[in-house]
Ligand binder design. Structure first.
Ligand SMILES: Nc1ccccc1C(=O)C[C@H](N)C(=O)O
Ligand SMILES: [Zn+2]
Ligand SMILES: [Zn+2]
Length: 213
């Protein structure tokens, strides 16, 4: 059986959000007692909460909204690489990693493992990484961090460069329990027609069948 590894952050009122952004809440609009039959919930959240994807509209007024995104990118073979203790990630950090035939690259930095607090500093993707990845056929990059740019960045160079090269952005994945290697990724956004981003349930499936077929 192919094993499913959950790489999503759980969403509840404790989930840490970008400073100043909408906290996550789940409340019951009706309880079985009120309604006589059902519990019906409502959620309020920022589109950039927990494990999520960015649509280009997040950083570009003319950019694609979530529903316009090509879903192919969010399902398929992915390579998990481990780059701990690095301040930034550029072509140099990927030197020696064979990206031949890789379409989706997930980077485990282990720089945000205490997810009860928003990090004060994170490793970021160097803008020149976008062209390097695109040249090698990468169409999605995922990070175990709340952003691909430095937290205080207003230019969002990595976001813009990745988007310019047609590379999709997946943020806030949980990889500390994942060994580097090849997997199948599934991280589909909701069919949000207007949104700039979407929470995803991100999972990895092991490629090779484990014992028991
Ligand atoms: N929620 C925010 C509120 C204000 C300013 C930025 C954010 C972000 O989410 C940026 C981050 N690079 C992101 O794409 O998730
Ligand atoms: Zn985001
Ligand atoms: Zn982002």
């Amino acid at each position: 059986m192919k094993k499913i590894i959950d790489i999503s952050q759980p969403l509840d009122h404790r989930t840490v959000v970008w400073p100043g952004d909408t906290p996550f809440s789940y409340d019951l609009t009706w309880t079985t007692q009120d309604s006589g039959s059902v519990n019906v919930g409502q959620i309020q959240m920022s589109t950039h909460t927990g494990t999520h994807i960015d649509a280009p509209f997040h950083f570009n007024d003319e950019g694609q909204r979530v529903i316009q995104l090509d879903l192919d990118v969010y399902v398929g073979d992915a390579l998990v690489i481990h780059l701990p203790k690095t301040n930034s990630i550029g072509p140099k950090e990927l030197d020696g990693i064979d990206l031949q035939g890789i379409t989706r690259l997930l980077i485990r930095t282990d720089a945000w493992t205490d997810r009860r607090v928003f990090p004060s500093e994170i490793p970021f993707l160097e803008p020149q990484l976008a062209g390097y990845l695109a040249d090698r056929g990468i169409r999605l990059v995922g990070v175990d961090l709340p952003s691909v740019d430095p937290l205080d960045s207003k230019e969002l160079s990595a976001h813009h460069q990745l988007s310019a090269y047609g590379i999709a952005i997946l943020e806030g994945i949980v990889l500390e329990h994942v060994q580097p290697g090849a997997y199948e990724l599934i991280a589909l956004p909701l069919a949000l027609a207007e949104a700039d981003g979407s929470p995803v349930r991100a999972v990895l499936r092991t490629i090779r069948d484990e014992k028991g077929g």
